[in-house]
Ligand binder design. Structure first.
Ligand code: UDP
Length: 473
């Protein structure tokens, strides 16, 4: 039922050339003292997926860096049945202020949720010792708080989702979760305004997500390999002697991108010289891929020669992700009804998910190739795609919602006050495309801001601060 995730150790030193010697020394010194203070306690991360999704991606890096520093950090994944994941998806949506599938979160759901917790508990009990520190991630693991605390462990519940708009749905989700989590020793949220008012603020830490500059998603890829990767997937025209593009996996070895994307387009493969506007996200109504397309067709295409690529993960089998398939179908329908000369400049790209490292390298290459990146979400918990784009020094136009506001600071991108205003969005993109100097300036500032704020060492220091405060007698 419970799976241990093996994570390769990652040397913190590799961050040195990016973050500089002072920052590197500071995390190393804190790390050594922290290791002593732990006195052999282990740090556990518990979540419900080893692959796919931002939390898994982040854990792979953070646990890897922590282990290399000599700290016994572990990662275990619990299991559940389809009904459990229906309930937790409902919780996820409701914590975002949305009804989700509209189903209830009442006594029957609570009982089912508890039964899944109980199925996982024996194996967690075998692993976790009194005094260990346990980070429980997201609603899927909230039901462990009480029992693991009873074992003498220090329990931190981390919520990676949220909204500042508290409504009947957020209330419903919090009513469900509150009895499970209220005894946690500490809580972590990505933003202050996601914290429900009944949690004692002195028990709350605000820790936003971070990116790893060396992961397949964010590592430096040279132009040749960017072009090769994008030719392999079918987006760009291949060179005559085309070889597959290479990236470095989590195992430190070189890997090829060989998979092909599903592309809905009248014009691919594209000439690499064509300016490309990109939005990367799941095919999810809240990411408003359709609005990105319509705003581009009406406000950008007539004023520039740029193309637009909407990039999402493959929706696969419809039964897996009915919402993703529906959103892609709606976008396709809208695309088909565009005038042909505009339609030829818009491409709907679904990236294969069979090999997540290859998928990440594709996202990386697309973000690096983009002239300008958009994230026109209607709501957003954090929106790590924004940090990913900014890290690559790209000018961004994004909605001023949720965690996007923390990532795009003054002079490091363009924030859209009203995410529904397609005219303002089109104007912002079209005028930036005409101003290469401004795009360059924004991109440079963006990279600096991400470097200063959203890289793993900062994230780890915040963890150390919190855990050390909990170790105090
Ligand atoms: N993503 C990916 N492959 C894809 C499309 C998206 O790995 O084909 C990633 C994207 O790079 C980002 C994550 O999915 O790391 C989306 O996280 P975000 O916080 O932006 O939004 P969420 O999907 O969690 O709402």
């Amino acid at each position: 039922m419970v799976m241990d995730v093996e994570v390769p150790n990652l040397p913190l030193e590799r961050l040195g050339p990016l973050i500089g010697n002072d920052r590197l020394a500071s995390i190393q010194i804190r790390g050594r003292a922290f290791k002593e203070n732990l006195h052999g306690r282990r740090i556990w991360n518990v979540n419900s997926t080893a692959a796919g999704g931002g939390v898994a991606e982040m854990l792979r890096s953070l646990v890897g860096y922590t282990r290399q520093a000599g700290i016994d950090a572990r990662w275990v994944v619990i299991s559940g049945d389809p009904e459990f994941f229906r309930i937790t998806k409902r919780l996820h949506n409701q914590l975002h202020g949305l009804p989700g599938d509209g189903g209830p979160l009442a006594a029957a759901e609570s009982a089912h949720y508890v039964s899944v917790m109980e199925q996982n508990l024996p194996e967690l009990r075998e692993r976790i010792r009194p005094g260990d520190v346990v980070l429980l991630h997201d609603p899927q693991t909230a039901g462990f708080v009480e029992t693991l605390k009873g074992l003498g462990a220090i329990i931190i519940w981390r919520c990676h989702i949220g909204t500042n708009q508290h409504n009947e749905w957020t209330e419903s989700a919090w009513n469900f979760l509150r009895p499970f989590i209220s005894t946690a020793d500490a809580f972590i949220f990505s933003r202050r305004d996601y914290v429900p008012e009944w949690i004692d603020p002195s028990h709350v830490s605000i820790i936003p997500p971070s990116i790893d500059p060396f992961s397949p998603k964010n590592q430096e890829i040279d132009d040749v390999n960017v072009q090769r990767i994008l030719a392999t997937i079918g987006l760009l025209a291949p060179e005559s002697d085309q070889e597959p593009g290479v990236f470095t996996g989590y195992d430190g070895l070189g890997h090829h991108v060989r998979d092909v994307a599903e592309i809905i387009s009248d014009a691919t493969p594209l000439d690499p010289a064509i300016p490309l506007v990109v939005q990367v996200s799941r095919w999810d109504g809240l990411k408003d891929m359709e609005g990105v397309m319509v705003g581009f067709a009406e406000g950008v295409a007539p004023r520039s020669d740029a193309h637009l690529a909407l990039i999402g993960a493959s929706v696969g089998d419809v039964s897996d992700d009915p919402e993703g398939a529906e959103v892609l179908a709606r976008c396709t329908d809208t695309w088909e009804h565009l005038p042909s000369e505009i339609r030829a400049r818009i491409h709907l790209v679904s990236l294969p998910m069979d090999d997540l490292d290859q998928n990440a390298a594709m996202v990386n290459a697309i973000q690096r190739h983009a002239t300008l990146i958009v994230q026109k979400s209607l709501v957003e918990g954090f929106g790590i795609t924004v940090a990913e784009g900014l890290w690559k020094s790209k000018p961004m136009v994004a909605s001023s919602v949720g965690g996007i506001q923390d990532q795009i600071v003054d002079g490091a991108g363009v924030l859209l006050n009203d995410p529904y205003d397609l005219v303002a969005y089109g104007d912002a993109v079209a005028s930036l495309l005409l101003d290469p100097n401004e795009m360059k300036r924004l991109g440079q500032n963006a990279h600096e801001h991400i470097l200063a704020t959203f890289i793993g060492d900062t994230h780890l220091l915040r963890y150390v601060d919190l855990i050390e405060s909990l170790l105090q007698p």
